[in-house]
Write a new protein. Structure first.
Lengths: 466, 318
């Protein structure tokens, strides 16, 4: 490659973005993407309005430090579940990427989903690709101003609604709606509604593919999960080349031609503005719009479909059959990812469903180690921090064990409201001469009077002075 | 700001910070357009990008070349925005040496603001009880729960979670009080704190023998086992203790002098401990909570403490 002479030139280190006007793609994958858009967004916009037991079904109450997810109430102590959830997300991404490339990017990522929404609005107002290009090149006529205003206004409304919805996950939806109507939002609610709206408007309206190209970290490290058997969107070079815009004439001239008629449809539909015929590129988000576009052309010229298709590097180079391709899915990398994912998912749900919605912390009084009280009994003082993390009130029975004559000198009944916590000072006594001098292991057990399954046992230390 | 011994360091930091920002700006401006020696790859179609922007000329692993693709321009604007943000921040907030910032922001001020906000929110909950008599507050279940929480937070370190105290820290659940146990006195104790002083009596009493005799007498006051002969000798010396503890040893709540005739001992009731107390004296302090908690919280707290020995606890919890 060093045959060209070196030359000195001025290079601009920063360049303006080249506007991309993706043509609308129609076909199997476009429908699939719209299905994903509908599914994810029905959940996102609808969930805050769902009611569960007289409260919002899903609410992350940061101020009260309680996360409500349907029947589940998570406390800060349950933070480990969030960590586990993130690990599950990460491993799912690893697995999906290893098997099918950037499916997340192309079909489910919010950036893709909102860009799809915003593009739909853009198309409705400004028209198809060619009309949009024409509009942006023409001078500022009344029509252009009207259309651009209408577009940004619609984008703004959708963005505001999105920002509002986002905040309803943290402030009850009905309260927030009421506050919006009466213009009584708090400063932070204002900030987050507007911030999230602005982020939606900016990312889906203006930044679009640049988010994937320059900002998204996942887009950059996913290549380490790719291998030769990962599904990617490929152009079948052997079948397509040499491409020709007029195959009939070339054939008449006895020239060899491929199936690609160089209609550039695959380039026009691409949301990141690349030419898939140059091979796999880091900009490709795997949305499969080029597959839809190419197939519709192939159908028209009555050539077999799939000149651009989901395939693997291995399959394209070695002409593997579909069956051979499928056999290669079960490779060590995929098996290890799935195995790990399965273990974590099972552990996560197992732990989540078997967890007791009752927590007990034993805090030993540090002021005195142990003291002698009437009748020569040895007494220790503890503070029990009891948390009823479920939403129903309970009456609990407290007991203590570990040393033969150990008894509670204070009340053994504790009443707790739903999602409440309480510190209860308790005194525990042991007969003189029992237990060894120094620390003795004891257990506090808390049992709900009305629910046998609700109990916790916590160990503590009883101190017998010399 | 008196952190620095000389004004030089203020200038040093100011100059360094501003020079740093200016340096970033100059670097950014200088690097946005650059003369580069590039190797144009004329291979054509397959390396279209490389043909347009060239490579930096760096090659690794035989064929890995670094493209010289320009960065997006909005990225550059973001860098400039950070510079403007930095300058605006340094103008508004403290950062440049001893300059306090246009807004006069202080971490202590932010803390005060948070504190007064919390007071505004939670204050009324406590103020509600301030007008009520302590004995009325003591039987209010809600006030009891609030008092318990306050006690566990601020008092339990010394008096124990169960309020039964430990050596040197009085038990608050019995009816024996050093400074008086009516609700108002308890409130005064918490508000202003107390100082309990017992001087060393070794010199006043005389020899170690005398101290032991007095200790025996003190033990006899509460009916504990004691040597009858030593008690007789000790009784004559007890006159030295009478100014505070009273001629009959029942103590004086004005001074915080404990009653020696009951079986309750603040520092311990063995002969050795009593002798130690007489010889070395004792000194204990209950801190004042007036400024720290404010009267309203102390009011609730005093009612709770009084209720421990005067209200049936099972009833109070309901």
């Amino acid at each position: 490659m060093n045959n060209a002479a070196p030359q000195v030139s001025i290079v601009k280190m920063y360049s303006a973005r080249e506007e991309i006007y993706p043509r609308e793609a129609k076909g199997r994958y476009a429908s699939l993407r719209w299905l994903c858009v509908w599914l994810t967004q029905l959940v996102f916009y609808g969930l805050p309005w769902m009611v569960w037991n007289g409260r919002q079904a899903v609410l992350f109450d940061l101020e009260a430090r309680k996360f409500y997810i349907f029947g589940l109430v998570l406390w800060p102590q349950d933070f480990i579940y969030l960590a586990a959830l993130l690990i599950i997300c990460a491993y799912s991404l690893f697995l999906f990427t290893a098997v099918a490339g950037r499916v997340w990017c192309g079909f489910a990522c919010p950036q893709t989903v909102y860009t799809e929404f915003f593009l739909w609005i853009e198309r409705k107002i400004e028209g198809a690709r060619s009309a949009r290009i024409r509009l942006s090149r023409q001078p500022w006529t009344f029509e252009k101003i009207a259309k651009k205003t209408a577009k940004h206004f619609s984008w703004g409304l959708l963005a505001l609604w999105t920002g509002f919805t986002f905040v309803t996950y943290f402030t009850p939806a009905h309260t927030l709606l009421h506050e919006v109507i009466s213009a009584a939002l708090g400063p932070w609610e204002w900030f987050w509604v507007l911030f999230y709206s602005f982020a939606t408007y900016g990312n889906a309206g203006w930044m679009r593919e640049q988010v994937c190209k320059y900002m998204c970290p996942y887009a950059r490290f996913q290549s380490s999960m790719f291998d030769k058997d990962t599904l990617i969107i490929t152009y079948d070079q052997k079948r397509g080349e040499p491409r020709s815009a007029n195959p009939k004439r070339e054939r008449e001239a006895d020239k060899e031609v491929g199936d690609c008629i160089d209609c550039s449809m695959c380039v026009q539909v691409c949301p990141t503005g690349i030419d898939i015929r140059k091979g796999l590129q880091y900009e490709c988000i795997g949305c499969a719009a080029c597959i839809d576009a190419c197939n519709s052309i192939m159908a028209k010229i009555e050539a077999p479909l799939g000149l651009i298709r989901y395939s693997t590097e291995h399959a394209i180079n070695n002409h593997l059959s579909l069956k051979q391709m499928q056999q290669r899915v079960m490779r060590p990398r995929v098996l290890i990812y799935s195995g790990l994912l399965m273990v974590i998912v099972l552990t996560f749900f197992g732990a989540l469903f078997m967890r007791t919605p009752l927590k007990l912390d034993v805090i030993r009084d540090r002021g005195s180690l142990g003291r002698e009280v009437e009748d020569g009994l040895i007494e220790n003082v503890y503070r029990l921090q009891i948390m009823n993390t479920a939403e129903t009130a309970h009456r609990f029975k407290l007991s203590v064990s570990g040393i033969e004559s150990i008894t509670l000198a204070t009340s053994d009944e504790v009443q707790l409201d739903g999602t409440a916590s309480r510190a209860v000072p308790v005194r525990v006594r042991v007969a003189h001469g029992e237990g060894k001098t120094g620390s003795n292991k004891i257990f506090f057990e808390l049992k709900a009077v009305d629910d046998d399954s609700l109990h916790v046992k916590e160990k503590a230390v009883f101190f017998v002075p010399r | 700001m008196s952190d620095f011994t000389s004004g030089f360091w203020n200038i040093y930091i100011t100059v360094l910070a501003l020079l740093g920002i200016a340096g970033c700006a100059i670097l950014l401006w200088a690097q946005s357009v650059q003369k580069v020696t590039m190797t144009t790859d004329a291979a054509g179609d397959g390396a279209n990008n490389a043909a347009q922007v060239g490579t930096t000329g760096h090659v690794w692993d035989e064929d890995l070349t670094e493209l010289n693709t320009p960065m997006p321009r909005w990225w550059m604007w973001m860098f400039y925005i950070t510079i403007v943000f930095g300058l605006a921040y340094l103008f508004l907030y403290p950062g440049l040496g001893s300059y306090a910032g246009k807004l006069g922001w202080k971490s202590s001020g932010a803390y005060q603001e948070e504190l007064s906000k919390a007071d505004a929110e939670y204050g009324p909950l406590f103020n509600k009880y301030l007008t009520q008599d302590l004995k009325v507050v003591a039987v209010d279940p809600k006030a009891h729960a609030m008092g318990e929480r306050l006690f566990l937070t601020y008092c339990s370190q010394c008096h124990g979670s169960d309020a039964r105290g430990s050596k040197g820290f009085p038990n608050l659940t019995d009816r024996d009080w050093l400074f008086g146990g009516d609700p108002e006195t308890i409130k005064t104790t918490i508000m202003n704190g107390r100082n309990g002083q017992m001087p060393s009596m070794a010199a006043a009493l005389g020899t170690d023998k005398d101290v032991e005799n007095v200790a025996n007498y003190v033990l006899s006051l509460s009916g504990a086992t004691s040597d009858p002969i030593k008690v007789v000798f000790g009784k004559s010396k007890f006159i030295n203790c009478a100014p505070c503890h009273g001629a009959d040893g029942t103590g004086n709540q004005m001074l915080g002098a404990p009653n020696l005739t009951d079986k309750i001992w603040l520092f311990g009731g063995s002969k050795e401990t009593i002798m130690e107390t007489i010889q070395q004296g004792r000194s204990s302090t209950m801190p004042a909570f007036k400024d720290f908690l404010g009267e309203a919280k102390v009011h609730v707290l005093a009612a709770y403490v009084w209720s421990l020995s005067n209200v049936n606890q099972d009833q109070a919890q309901k």
